[in-house]
Design a binder for this molecule. Structure first.
Ligand code: ADP
Ligand code: MG
Length: 247
């Protein structure tokens, strides 16, 4: 058992406004190394904005973001370097259609990390195998199902060697029969000890895989607790109301 309780991700007093609209209204959230935390909540509650603030794709209006002990909101932080430690997977997979699956996974390593071609391709193949796509390396994205494309996108993120992985509704764009394969890959990542912050509507995944579930509403964390408790026996009326609509 790991006894390391250093927060791998730490958000403190995080606020984000777009013009007059305050989308995040003071978020405190910690994810310990190796933990899986699922974020649930209604549409528009600020879940994607929260995730995008973790790697500073959005610049917070106030508060701090610390990943692996480095404060990314420090004006002196080297964001290009720090972001390499944070993998992100979106609802839309954003693969390059004109590149093979192998090249999609190998290219970011070469461009961003300066990895040589042979090494990048070996790492790409290893990670394609990890997501069950060893036999699709030379295929093009359009030849893959949505679920396979999303697994390729996960392999692309993993190939950069991230310390934490952020997932923003990774299965929401998929046909229902393709969701399971993507969740299985995420589950195996969790079992390997990857630190993961996952926005999802998949309540059974959250219940079974997450250490904690965070319910957001109106830019606040309304409830944050063990997955089974938040989903099975929520303390707050707003959490109960949300779960009654989605379960
Ligand atoms: P969720 O992911 O929970 O559905 P979002 O974080 O995407 O919520 O959005 C929260 C609110 O912030 C919404 O009202 C959305 O319209 C607004 N918002 C998100 N991004 C932007 C942006 N770049 N500019 C203006 N408003 C935004
Ligand atoms: Mg969203």
């Amino acid at each position: 058992m790991s006894t390391d309780t250093t927060p791998e991700i730490r958000l403190a007093g995080l606020r984000k406004s777009f013009g007059d609209l305050e989308v995040l209204r003071g978020i405190d959230l910690e994810v310990t190394k190796g933990q899986v935390v699922c974020v649930i909540g209604p549409s528009g509650s600020g879940k994607s904005t929260l995730l995008r603030c973790v790697n500073l794709l959005e610049q917070p209006s106030a508060g701090t973001v610390t990943v692996g002990g480095v404060e990314l909101t420090d004006p002196d932080a080297d964001l290009d370097r720090e972001r390499r430690r944070i993998g992100m997977v979106f609802q839309q997979f954003n693969l390059f259609g004109h590149l093979s699956v192998l090249d999609n996974v190998a290219l970011p390593q070469r461009r961003v990390l300066g990895t040589d071609r042979a090494t990048a391709e070996r790492v790409a193949r290893d990670n394609l195998a990890r997501v069950g796509l060893a036999d699709k390396a030379s295929a093009f994205p359009a030849q893959l199902s949505g679920g396979q494309q999303q697994r390729a996108a996960i392999a692309r993120a993993l190939a950069m060697g991230p310390e934490v992985m952020l997932f923003d509704e990774p299965t929401s764009a998929l046909d229902p029969e393709l969701v399971g394969d993507v969740l299985a890959v995420m589950r195996s990542l969790a079992e390997e000890g990857m630190t993961m912050l996952v926005v999802t509507h998949e309540m059974s995944f959250a219940r079974e895989v997450a250490d904690r579930v965070v319910f957001m509403d109106g830019g606040h964390v309304v409830e944050d607790g063990p997955a089974r408790q938040v989903i099975g026996d929520p303390r707050h009326e707003r959490t109960r109301g949300f779960l009654a609509r989605v379960l």
